[in-house]
Write a protein that binds this ligand. Structure first.
Ligand SMILES: [Zn+2]
Length: 165
């Protein structure tokens, strides 16, 4: 898939490029063709959701939320082409294209990298970025964080969140 801006590339060209990417990328993936397909779909979905090029997204298996069955969680790191800032997202169930990405950031209590917002599109990220920095009071308000925050494996072992270990 090329890195031209969406405004200058015909939709049909971008659609063909996306289909070719999903067909070819799994065969070249260092994670093998099946997990490679999960990584390719994750990159494509996130690029579309954020309006950025595939070349700005790196994916890797999630080492702390691993499962032994298909659909291993994937960490996607996005480098902003304008600012150089990086943003980290989790595809917890990459087999399901209808589930939101989880924006990962520091737990206000333990500093672990945990889900702080569900991201379905660019406006969700904008809403998160516009809010005041999280504090320890936010972690007890169920409407303020994703459902997955409380039990996420990214909390440190001494955090009061993080579930059973
Ligand atoms: Zn924590």
């Amino acid at each position: 898939m090329n890195s031209q801006t969406p405004q200058t590339t015909p939709l049909s060209d971008r659609a063909h490029a996306a289909a070719a990417y999903l067909r070819l990328a799994p065969e070249q993936s260092p994670y093998g063709p099946f997990r490679g397909a999960d990584h390719a779909r994750t990159r494509l979905r996130l690029a579309a959701a954020l309006g950025i090029g595939l070349d700005r997204i790196e994916t890797q298996p999630d080492g702390i939320r691993r499962r032994i069955f298909p659909g291993e969680p994937i960490i996607a790191t996005v480098k902003c082409p304008a600012s150089g800032e990086t943003y980290t997202f989790l595809a917890r169930n990459p087999l399901y294209d209808d589930e939101p990405f989880e924006f990962l950031g520091s737990c206000p209590e333990c500093g672990g990298e945990v889900p702080l917002a569900d991201i379905r599109h660019l406006a969700d990220l904008g809403t998160y970025l516009a809010r005041a920095p999280l504090n320890t009071r936010d972690t007890d308000r169920p409407d303020s964080l994703p459902e997955t925050f409380q039990e996420d494996a990214g909390h440190s072992t001494d955090c009061r969140h993080g579930g059973i270990r």
